[in-house]
Design a protein around this ligand. Sequence first.
Ligand SMILES: [Zn+2]
Length: 281
Amino acid sequence: MQSIGHLFAASLQNGGPGPGFLAPWVYRYLFGGMEKVLKLLPEKLESSLQFSDLYTKLKKADNCGTVIEILTSDMGYDVLESIGYRGIPSKANLKNRTEVLQSIYIKSIVEPLLPPLDSIANGLKCYGISKVVMRYIEDFYTVFCPSPLFKWDFEKFFGILSPVFSENGSTNHALEITVYKHFVDFAELCYFDDAFPVTLGQLMKFVTGSPSLPPLGLPKGITVEFVHGCQDLKNGMKCKCLPSASTCAIALKIPVHIADIDSMKESFILAVNCEPGFGCV
Ligand SMILES: [Zn+2]
């Protein structure tokens, strides 16, 4: 588990993306401990969890009478026994309500995950990442938890494309312009058509290795190169080779026989789905 923390830290240290998938309470625990987690209790717990009904009722209770009524019910006694509460339920006040809520939350959500989270927190000390995140805890939220901030959009993507065309006026140049136009149309579909089988994030993962925009941006734009000279196959069929990408050089190579929108879609859908990526570590 500590290695997971190392991986997060190493990615950030090198200007790469953060995990972007942590639950907010996990983020607060990793960089602030239990105290930070208990400061922001959720309004309700997942309905599948034990005591979620009582938790929700208790969270809504705003006077001592309601708190006592809830805690002295059958389920109230079950909960208090389960969390080892030592107070007297019939004399409970709003402060006790918060203590009970915190105990239920710890027992149901936090406690089962503490050992792996502590290991991840240790790994995050690598390169001094923990200290920096603690100092700028609000700013780093979007790096660790889901956020639309680092999602690619079409404008950002189009703005960093850098096609390498042959000499102006040549036959190759004219062909490359056509291929490039269809590639841009394909990328537009990825972004704007929700039903399209490839998203812009998947296309960017194919090209750069990361489905989201790295927090420090890409070191340079995306070079789009055009591959000429494919030979027809022995059986007389046209070459069907696929586009390829170099994630280190951030370069995309598109064979010029992919010269209409249908073959562009077919080739990229195949290429994007076939590439192994860096997802399985
Ligand atoms: Zn080819």
